[in-house]
Design a protein around this ligand. Structure first.
Ligand code: NDP
Length: 436
């Protein structure tokens, strides 16, 4: 805390992991002696750079670009790029730190990193976004590579941005490699990558529900966000017969008591992906639904909740409302959407709670599968990738169960399980590689 006084999100993420790892290190002195946790909270390196670009009217703009290379003990750095006005070093260090544990849990050889810029793609023309991406990559290209550091998308970085970034990297380096994931299918992308985070979170929740003999069919589900993760979470839940009643964005929440079906979701995808519109446009087409300006979905009574927008979007008050309304499980699609107070309430009330570093790892896992396909110069079928994704989510679940046993009542603390399982693999690799 003394070293990073202006990094609240990073401190929050480290605190959350420390509470499980420090007691574990006490019980396992081999880990404690080599100060793995202390080493793991210091990034291997951080790049901060200027990103100059011009808008369509010829005005000059300067943004700040970042890449945090957190840990490469088990593989090349891997983690998304976020373009959002709120981006700063604290947020990217928190995301990179979480990514180390998440990537370790996937069972794939992936280190952890994260990057981005305080650039807001909202309201920008395609040409402006392209010029920004080209300028950003002109600097970033110096630090990444298919065997060194492989970025992907995150908030504000979707297939359009990945395309522009990839084109510029290729132009600078003169080589065609799998340096980015989340690419389009025509130039090295993987089937199921777009769906992977949302689908993966639902697969993870199915493992948890099955263990507790709860059926997903017919359950009322609240989903927050309406971007990549939210859309495919909703899609898989609908396919499985659940009733999804909310989606949201930073403007507010739509509540459709009749349930969002496939047709309604297709409309949301058109509004958000093709027109880059706002979620409130939903009620223009489906007036029986309700738009709650500025509200989050958590006051809507539900059986299962899937926070899939952004960090700290579900606080202690929201958690208390969820518990009061009889919610049975909360499954994080976003990174750190639940505050520490909310997590305490879930733990105290023995709610099923899936931490993002485990439950949203399907995205990066499928990115790992995209890297494998690029190296093989092959493409796997949709079924092949989806099957591998299901197996990986099952393995992550298994690791959480092994390390997350809490007390004698069979309750699994998935957060503790994910933290310890993720930590052990990275610490073992660091131990083997000496003091680096
Ligand atoms: P998108 O940019 O596609 O969508 C983000 C969604 O969250 C939008 O609906 C956005 O609304 C909303 N949102 C963003 N910031 C805020 C905010 N401050 N308050 C309220 N709503 C907000 O991003 P993704 O779907 O890719 O990412 C969502 C979350 O999932 C993030 O936490 C990301 O780190 C995490 N994640 C994503 C992975 C992926 O594969 N894409 C992998 C693992 C985790 P608006 O349009 O109004 O900004």
């Amino acid at each position: 805390k003394a070293k990073n006084p202006h990094e609240p999100e990073f401190i929050q993420a480290v605190d959350e992991v420390a509470r499980d790892i420090l007691p574990f290190e006490e019980e396992n002195p081999a880990y404690k002696g080599e100060k793995f946790f202390t080493r793991m909270i210091e990034p291997e390196r951080v790049f901060i750079f200027r990103v100059p670009w011009t808008d369509d009217k010829g005005n000059f703009h300067i943004n700040r670009g970042f890449r945090v290379q957190m840990n490469s003990a088990i593989g090349p750095y891997k983690g998304g790029l976020r373009f959002h006005p709120s981006v700063n070093l604290s947020i990217l260090k928190f995301l990179a730190f979480e990514q180390v544990f998440k990537n370790s849990l996937t069972t794939l050889p992936l280190g952890g990193g994260k990057g981005g810029a305080d650039f807001d793609p909202k309201g920008k023309s395609d040409n402006e976004v392209m010029r920004f991406c080209q300028s950003f990559m002109t600097e970033l290209a110096k630090y990444i590579g298919s065997n060194a550091d492989v970025p992907a998308g995150d908030i504000g970085v979707g297939s359009r941005e990945i395309g522009y970034l990839f084109g510029q990297y290729k132009r600078i380096k003169g080589e065609y490699t799998g340096v980015l994931t989340g690419k389009g299918l025509s130039y090295g992308g993987s089937l199921i990558r777009s769906e992977a985070t949302g689908y993966g979170n639902v697969y993870f929740s199915l493992n948890m529900l099955e263990r507790n003999k709860i059926e997903v069919e017919g359950k009322v589900c609240t989903v927050s966000g309406s971007g990549n993760v939210a859309q495919y979470t909703a899609q898989k839940l609908i396919e499985l017969g659940a009733k999804v009643v909310t989606l949201s964005d930073s403007g507010g929440t739509i509540y459709d008591k009749d349930g969002i079906d496939e047709e309604k979701l297709a409309y949301v995808m058109e509004v958000k992906n093709e027109r880059r519109g706002r979620i409130k446009e939903y009620i223009d087409k489906y007036p029986s639904a309700e738009f709650r300006a500025g509200a989050r979905p958590w006051e809507v009574a539900c059986d299962l909740a899937y926070p899939s927008a952004t960090q700290n979007e579900l606080d202690g008050k929201d958690a208390a409302v969820l518990v009061k309304n009889g919610c049975k499980g909360v499954f994080e699609g976003a990174n750190m959407p639940c505050t520490p107070e909310a997590i305490d309430i879930f733990r105290d009330n023995k709610l099923l709670y899936a931490p993002g570093k485990a439950s949203n790892a399907g995205g990066v896992a499928t990115s790992g599968l995209e890297m494998s396909q690029n190296s093989l110069r092959m493409s796997w079928t949709r079924e092949e990738v989806d099957d591998r994704l299901k197996v990986i989510m099952g393995n992550i679940h298994e690791q959480c169960v092994i390390y997350g046993k809490d007390g004698n009542d069979g309750y699994i603390d998935y957060l503790k399980g994910a933290n310890i399982a993720g930590f052990v693999k990275v610490a073992d690799a660091m131990m083997a590689q000496g003091l680096v």
